[in-house]
Design a protein around this ligand. Sequence first.
Ligand SMILES: Cc1cc2nc3c(=O)[nH]c(=O)nc-3n(C[C@H](O)[C@H](O)[C@H](O)COP(=O)(O)OP(=O)(O)OC[C@H]3O[C@@H](n4cnc5c(N)ncnc54)[C@H](O)[C@@H]3O)c2cc1C
Length: 454
Amino acid sequence: MALRFVIIGGGPGGHAAATHAAKLGAEVTVIERDVIGGAAHLWDCIPSKAMIATGSSLHQVNDSEQMGLTDVVAHLDFDALRDRIQSIEQRLEGQVTQLLESQGVRVLRGTGRMVGPHEVVADTADGEVRLEADAILLSTGSRPRIPEWAEPDGDRILTTRDAYPPKELPEHLIVIGSGVTGVEFVHMFTAFGCRVTLIVSRQQVLPQKDPEVAAALEHEFVNRGVKLFMGARAEGIERTEDGGVRVACDDGRVATGSHALLAIGSIPNSEGLGCEAAGVEVNDWGYIDNNHHLQTNVPHIYVAGDLSGRLPLSSVASMQGRKIAEHVMGLHTREHRHLDYDKAASAIFTEPEIADVGLAEADAFAEGRKIRVTKVPFSTTAKALINNAPRGFVKILSDPATGVVLGGSIVGRHAAELISVIALAVTAGLKVEDIVDSLLVHPSLAEALAEAAD
Ligand SMILES: Cc1cc2nc3c(=O)[nH]c(=O)nc-3n(C[C@H](O)[C@H](O)[C@H](O)COP(=O)(O)OP(=O)(O)OC[C@H]3O[C@@H](n4cnc5c(N)ncnc54)[C@H](O)[C@@H]3O)c2cc1C
């Protein structure tokens, strides 16, 4: 009999595990309550990037004089943008559903919960469906965190999910939170011509990132007229009589605007999953602890994606799903590569775009580790000048003794694409010479990578 694998949650973690396990011969059922493809994925990650892409096009068109164009003016069509987002979401959901079906995965629309270590119940529109499972995957994702001092109303006080796009274009948006999500919102709404105030609880935006990278972004925000409340923690939001909003901060400052948006992280969807009935431990923050195979304390019950409390990225969730499928199907008795979260590439889709992977310069210094750092500005490459986008740089960190590439960061146009070269080098243990010796396209932005590696 085929191994019965039941997956609760059909986001990137769940559907990657489902398709791989099915390909390897498992009998797979996926239970999804909202959207096949994942709520955080299709209602956050994808629409945010779609809005950013529209904002970038708008910006580039209206800034095209230096490209030799005149009298080109573009305007945002808000309804067309809404339709565009919806059609991308629907298309991606359709693709994932089709892929699952083509692999013979059974998809149940409903809410899943465990009622025992080997038993799952799906509450569907047609009633309860009981499933026996040899292995279970919990991949229920996360949702926006709402602090006790805020009451989102979907009109003026928004969570991230109310903002793709909001009902109306904000005249003046107050973004609370300056992590990756917060700065991407600042970027997208300033690109649409909105006034923006950003509440930054620390002394730097993107507190987890390289200070040089954060400084480049702060500089851009200031140029765009963004009001930065540095070192201020929001502690209250209220609607004003004129229909706007007022955000009070702990240092006494008050920001007023037309809309406020909460971008202060997410919380895991671990409630109602039946963890107690199955004997699965949930930690104090609501995440489910796991080992390097993504097994929970109950070995045949796995966890993937945001619920695992590891790196909250779609790319990571998908890779976890794939690795879990291999483990469930017994393939990890062969030689294989473990998932190394320290080698995950990530990007921030702002202007300038920011991407990094592997060891960060600040961490190397903090550890007292000897590294070689080489940095090349894009302004020295022909392609950046041709693109009229000379801003930014490539930085590569390597081991001075062996030349092995340890990490890197890129600031500038197409950073999210270009970082792939450094990510491959970091994962495969390539040396800087491997990048230098690669015959790259000319003219291309990638030439800056070869120069930085040299
Ligand atoms: C604003 C924003 C932007 C982002 N941008 C990026 C980005 O650019 N790149 C990137 O890599 N990542 C990005 N992310 C992160 C990414 O979206 C998540 O890390 C990823 O979606 C996590 O995948 P998941 O499978 O854990 O969760 P999800 O995608 O949320 O999927 C989980 C699914 O489980 C379902 N579910 C929950 N409970 C149950 C239940 N009891 N029964 C049945 N189904 C259930 C939910 O409906 C959901 O569809 C972004 C996140 C946010 C908030």
